[in-house]
Write a protein that binds this ligand. Sequence first.
Ligand code: ATP
Length: 438
Amino acid sequence: MADKFDDKMERLVSLCKRRGFVFPSSEIYGGLNSCWDYGPLGAELKRNIKTFWWDAMTNRRDDIEGLDAAILMHPKVWETSGHVEGFTDPMIDCKVCKARFRDDELEDKSKCPRCGNKDSFTEPRNFNLMFKTFMGPLEDETAVVYLRPETAQGIYVNFLNVKNASRQKVPFGIAQIGKAFRNEITPGNFIFRTREFEQMEMQYFINPKEDEKWFEYWKGQRWQWYIDLGINPSKLRWHEHGPNDLAHYAKAAYDIEYEYPFGWKELEGVHNRTDFDLSRHQEATGKKQIYRDDATGESFVPYIIETSAGCDRTVLTVLVDAYNEDDSRGEKSAVLKFNPKIAPLKAAVLPLVKKDGMPEIATKIYTELKKRFKVFYDEGGSIGRRYARMDEAGCPFCITIDGQTLEDETVTIRDRDSMEQTRHKIAELMDFVSQRVG
Ligand code: ATP
């Protein structure tokens, strides 16, 4: 299905390719549908977003531990979790042009949106979204393993390991960032829906009596995280899952949605998964997943509040939200107004001209700053063009070494968003950048 990009989205995708944020995968072979590679700036941006999440969800807290579980898990995990049987989407095919769609996503089923033929669809059939592969040299049913479709199960099966190793007491959480794979029927909208993607998930284990309190707490925390990330709050909203779209394991579920150029869509899910997962694993393995609260004497299978965010989808959200077209900026009008904390480049060092000792001073400043930050040195082209290049890269500060620097050891700092220039002492640059990006 053709992506419903408006022109602005197309221009953002083109900027992402041109400036090295995101490339189509295997492009010289014609690309691979829905697979994307992060280029130099994209890899930095994605890494910074992951660090921002990891810091907020683990390092700044005492009650959450990190985990990095394997992508391949015992195949029985996926039987127990319900994925082998139930992780399906209903698909329909056009009998004329063979195009395939998700039945629940197509508004008008009387006509194929690809070829226009009327009443050309097959009956809906369930399609399992898990990627299968084989472990070891035999390619038969006994060797089937799955590429995990969510990172959550790696956390559930390690609940006791983490609890015992870290000596955490309920309530506590386990956080994980990692790849997940889903053989989506209709991937698309750039990096919004892909078949290989990264998730940032946290599972919080609680006393069942306190589920509503913790559910509200995590809704609040996760909303605030996007605000801290710099996302415009007017583009965010909650969507509550009603009885018809509530997953079989969930007691309550809310999505944080963002208004993309192609509509309001899910960015993250906050779910009350009850004791469904741990109870199922307990039943399947015979290993008790019971927590005993020494203070109260209670024993229970913990309930789980899950916060499940897509990392690639957050990268897209950050890009869309930061993208501005601003005619007052001269020849190149696009600017990416990233929060400096996640910007791929923290500062650019630019000698005004390639003479009079300016490149030497600039190189010294650059060498010093790059000990702590990702900074960029550029002496090519007019200063206006260099500023424009940095605006497109989303670099928040341009440090320019000019004639006055030679006299009083000061430089100008141009602010990406206001385009204002202020003078600062070279000796204060490290503090200046540090205070704004730290
Ligand atoms: P949908 O209904 O859109 O398929 P979902 O409700 O199945 O999504 P979850 O299983 O709750 O999604 O996954 C949690 C998060 O993982 C989503 O909010 C999203 O950010 C991300 N995610 C899920 N599927 C994809 C995908 N195919 N590509 C990129 N990110 C994804």
